[in-house]
Write a protein that binds this ligand. Structure first.
Ligand SMILES: *Cc1c(COP(=O)(O)O)cnc(C)c1O
Ligand SMILES: [Zn+2]
Length: 444
């Protein structure tokens, strides 16, 4: 089978070998991973049977269980020795427990029947966020290139995940973080897993620029979501959703939007499955921004220069994006939300994300910090914890229910992107009795 990286710009279409860490085409657009072979639909049974993993960690892993669909190494996937020579896994734990669950309290909060709302807690991953799905694949590619050091910028969870896999694989790891802007639980993980933490004055966008600059100068393999192998791994989030629904797509899939890697990956998964004839219906993707970090929301909905930014068959108005960023600088506007995982002003995957919105007839909504806190708290009442950025999912669903864009009888699946890593926020929320779900403590 031929596997290549291909420019997402249809009027360019340049291809690149996968034996390097180029992630951007010479024309400036990002790259996709392209497989020459169409996978056989009978694999659906194989994936299901692997749930009885019999001690095989590549069947146990919720990522590598779908290995034929992300087989960029092009190996014999039935041969366990071959698998263990190449595939990076934390003992089969990535994606293993994250599949859709019903949550009655959240359903009540968003005003939907309990059977119609499903939420997938990606916080059940080994480092506590969906990033592990993508990181297992990216580090697999890094090992193929025999690199010694992983590099990333992070709002916290990417660094936790990269550091975890790096230490497990004996690689060095350098993480660039916006100083003082990441949750203590996430920063603690980077230290604990032995990464070199580098604190950058500024926000995530500044940290990403710095990390890319240093990777270029000194070497090191970038594992941010610009890396198309990250997005291949994250496609399994969608595969697990669809498998749970017997491969009948829901009406909606809902994500918080930060760097927009996750929704780009979702779009790629759906485009592939549709092209292969595995699915007939395309779910609508809802992306939820924080009001304090709403670049995608403003551009897509035409709140900047009264022009709606669109995919436009691969010819989006990139100058509009540039002018938006220039205006942000001129106005000294910096992204600001307590949901630090999505506190991003320049989403690196914005063009790929536009393609997802176009392909799925998607919607971009925004929600306030208070609503994310309520959304997060409603999830907690069902015995699942998630972090504030994930709370954007119930909050966004509720907002679209109120506008009756999401209907009561729609089937909606939301991705709860990460586990709670800043308990101080919850304690503060519950000490204030005016908060919707607060149960203030009693002092005896
Ligand atoms: C990274 C992250 C996001 C944002 O995902 P993107 O792919 O950057 O849009 C949202 N929630 C959590 C918990 C995250 O760690
Ligand atoms: Zn190109």
């Amino acid at each position: 089978m031929k596997v290549e990286k291909k420019c997402i710009n249809p009027s360019c279409g340049l291809t690149y070998s996968i034996n390097n860490d180029i992630y951007r085409c010479s024309c400036g657009f990002l790259l996709d991973i392209e497989y020459s072979k169409i996978p056989n639909k009978s694999l659906i049974d194989t994936f299901f049977q692997r749930l009885n993993h019999g001690g095989n960690i590549f069947n146990e892993s919720g990522v590598w269980r779908f290995r034929e669909l992300i087989n960029f190494i092009d190996i014999d996937t039935d041969d366990i020795n071959e698998c263990s020579k190449y595939f990076v896994s934390l003992d089969g734990s990535e994606g293993r427990l994250s599949h859709p669950y019903k949550m009655s309290k959240v359903a009540k909060y968003v005003d939907m029947p309990v059977d119609n709302l499903l939420l997938q807690p990606e916080g059940y991953n080994p480092s506590g966020s969906f990033k592990d799905n993508g990181m297992a694949a990216a580090v697999t590619h890094a090992k193929l290139l025999s690199v010694k050091k992983l590099i990333c910028a992070s709002t916290g969870n990417t660094s936790a995940s990269a550091a975890m896999y790096a230490s497990n694989e004996g690689l060095d790891c350098e993480v660039y973080i916006p100083k003082g802007e990441i949750a203590p639980g996430k920063l603690g993980q980077a230290f604990q897993f032995g990464a070199q933490v580098i604190q950058v004055e500024g926000n995530f966008d500044d940290a990403l620029l710095k990390s890319l600059e240093i990777a270029k100068r000194d070497g090191g393999y970038t594992v941010n979501s610009l890396n198309p192998f990250r997005l291949e791994g994250q496609k399994t989030i969608v595969f697990r959703i669809l498998e749970h629904l017997n491969w009948n797509p829901p009406d909606w899939i809902v994500y918080p939007g930060g760097a927009l890697g996750n929704i780009s990956s979702c779009g790629k998964a759906l485009m592939d499955l549709f092209a292969w004839g595995w699915i007939k219906k395309i779910p609508r993707v809802l992306v939820v921004n924080a009001t304090g970090a709403n670049t995608f929301y403003e551009l897509v909905n035409g709140f900047f220069e009264s022009t709606k930014l669109q995919w436009n068959n691969g010819l989006p108005d990139t100058l509009l994006i540039e002018r938006y960023y220039e205006k942000q600088i001129k106005d000294k506007h910096v992204p600001k939300t307590s949901a630090t995982a999505i506190q991003i002003g320049k989403p690196a995957n914005i063009i790929k994300a536009l393609r997802t919105i176009d392909f799925t007839n998607g919607i971009v909504e925004q929600v306030a910090d208070e609503d994310m806190m309520d959304g997060m708290s409603s999830v907690g009442l069902n015995g699942f914890d998630c972090e504030m950025a994930s709370g954007a999912v119930p909050a966004g669903i509720m907002k679209l229910r109120k506008k009756d864009i999401i209907h009561k009888d729609d089937i909606v699946v939301g991705v709860l992107t990460g586990r709670q890593k800043d308990p101080s926020m919850i304690i503060k929320y519950h000490s204030e009795k005016s908060n919707k779900f607060a149960v203030p403590p009693i002092d005896l």
